[in-house]
Design a protein around this ligand. Structure first.
Ligand code: C2E
Ligand code: MG
Ligand code: MG
Length: 418
């Protein structure tokens, strides 16, 4: 463990001293921490964070027994000590209940605030004292956060390796950002359903790792988000995409946006400046957001409105995969829906998927949105989609993600990040 964590541990133990007299044997420790609180706090005024945590603690208390300990131990972290542990299943259920406390928005001002948090759990171990248990819970928490947050994780000794690996990835990724060769962008074509002609390309980030080979976003984006590296990475992808846009003025370029990027108030302005610097107009770009993005409603709405005012098109990606809250379609001004690939894969297997896909396309069209089907892999899927009104298609059958042809002439990363 880094020294910094040891210091925090001392402060933590001090904070829990008032409970010291009681017996912690047979107690489970849950270490909770709000995801990406630093970014959220930038939009809060004095007193609002305190009010948010007051409400959160009240909700947590409703889910624990009266003799359990609930204690705020840092700006946005909490420890719950569950006494008289009796089973892992019960602890598992408690974690689910705790996570659910954040499903309802918090009313701090006139509008709601949504948060997500992560929990690291250490089950009791008669051979360990409070400090060792806290440390285990902290490790589990850190692994969960590095993997994207919004969930819980039980400590196992294997997590120590995971944490070491994640920390290595974060360090290497920061160094990769200084390297001209390692971060690469592949592009996958989007084609019209009628005629199958290419109308756009989606930028997909890759990491050409010196020893591990080509890594896909799932291998490093969660850790990048946790470490704040998503901002330079996102900016790099947009710059890269803008250069492709300049070379292919008759095609649009789609770029995926992380929810964290939009929390920076200057994001829309920066995005506009980036594409204009490359000699393009925002109208040539589609920014893809997921439902996860929309959870932070007010901030997402403000960013989307700003981006659209500047001319960008907004796409709701992976539509139908998550909570699928149809209220989003009413509230958020978007231009296009991308039907999640699970429904497209289902086309090969069952009649129902076909009916769902058709209904999602009709829903999009009724709302004046264009609709793309993603993940088209087989001829049968393509044939079935040809019997629908879907506007565009994307998938391995129609073109795999690959480097843009002129990539060898790409400007060095260091310079473009400046
Ligand atoms: P996404 O935006 O839904 O991108 C589509 C993913 O599906 C890509 O995976 C693509 O390679 C894959 N795919 C395309 N056609 C098919 C198909 O026919 N079958 C199957 N099985 N898969 C197909 P990839 O590149 O691994 O990206 C995964 C996710 O990572 C993306 O999902 C997107 O959410 C995120 N991502 C990728 N690049 C960026 C980026 O630059 N910034 C951000 N914030 N997220 C990114
Ligand atoms: Mg996408
Ligand atoms: Mg998608």
């Amino acid at each position: 463990m880094p020294a910094q964590m040891d210091y925090e541990m001392e402060a933590l133990l001090d904070g829990l001293q008032e409970f010291g007299a009681k017996d912690f044997a047979n107690s489970a420790i849950l270490f909770m921490d709000v995801d990406h609180f630093r970014q959220l706090s930038m939009s809060l005024v004095t007193g609002e964070a305190e009010e948010l945590f007051r409400q959160l603690i009240a909700r947590i208390r409703q889910e624990v027994r009266h003799d359990d300990v609930v204690k705020q131990v840092g700006r946005d972290s909490f420890v719950v000590i569950q006494r008289n542990f009796h089973s892992k299943d019960a602890l598992f259920d408690m974690c689910l209940r705790l996570l659910r406390t954040a499903h309802e928005p918090f009313k701090i001002r006139s509008y709601p605030i949504l948060i997500r948090f992560s929990i690291g759990v250490a089950a009791p171990d008669a051979s360990l004292g409070l400090e060792a248990l806290l440390r285990r819970a902290q490790i589990a928490l850190q692994v969960q956060k590095n993997a994207g947050g919004a969930g819980f994780r039980f400590y196992t000794p294997l997590l120590e390796n995971d944490l070491a690996r994640q920390n290595t990835i974060i360090g290497e990724l920061a160094a990769a950002l200084e390297d001209d060769e390692q971060i690469v962008v592949h592009y996958q074509p989007l084609v019209t359903r009628e005629g199958l002609s290419v109308v756009g390309r989606e930028a997909l980030i890759r990491w050409q790792h010196p020893s591990a080979g080509l890594l896909s976003p799932a291998d490093f984006l969660p850790a990048a988000e946790g470490a704040g590296l998503i901002h330079p990475l996102g900016q790099y992808v947009l710059q890269h995409a803008a250069r492709l846009g300049r070379r292919c003025p008759n095609e649009y370029v789609a770029v995926n946006i992380s929810p964290l990027q939009c929390r920076s108030v200057s994001f829309a302005e920066q995005a506009e400046a980036t594409v204009k610097r490359a000699g393009c107009v925002p109208e040539q770009f589609e920014l893809e957001v997921t439902e996860h993005f929309l959870l932070d409603e007010e901030q997402a709405l403000a960013t989307i409105l700003d981006l659209r005012c500047r001319g960008f098109h907004i796409v709701l990606d992976d539509f139908g995969a998550g909570y699928c809250n149809l209220a989003y379609l009413r509230r958020f001004p978007i231009d296009k829906l991308k039907i999640d690939r699970q429904f497209i894969h289902g086309l090969d297997r069952d009649e129902r998927s076909f009916e769902i896909v058709k209904a999602l396309i009709d829903l999009g069209h009724a709302l004046n949105l264009r609709v793309t089907a993603e993940g088209v892999e087989t001829q049968r899927q393509l044939d079935l989609l040809q019997d629908t009104e879907c506007d565009e298609l994307q998938g391995f059958l129609l073109g795999r993600p690959s480097p843009a042809a002129e990539d060898s002439q790409a400007e060095p990363l260091r310079r473009t990040l400046a």
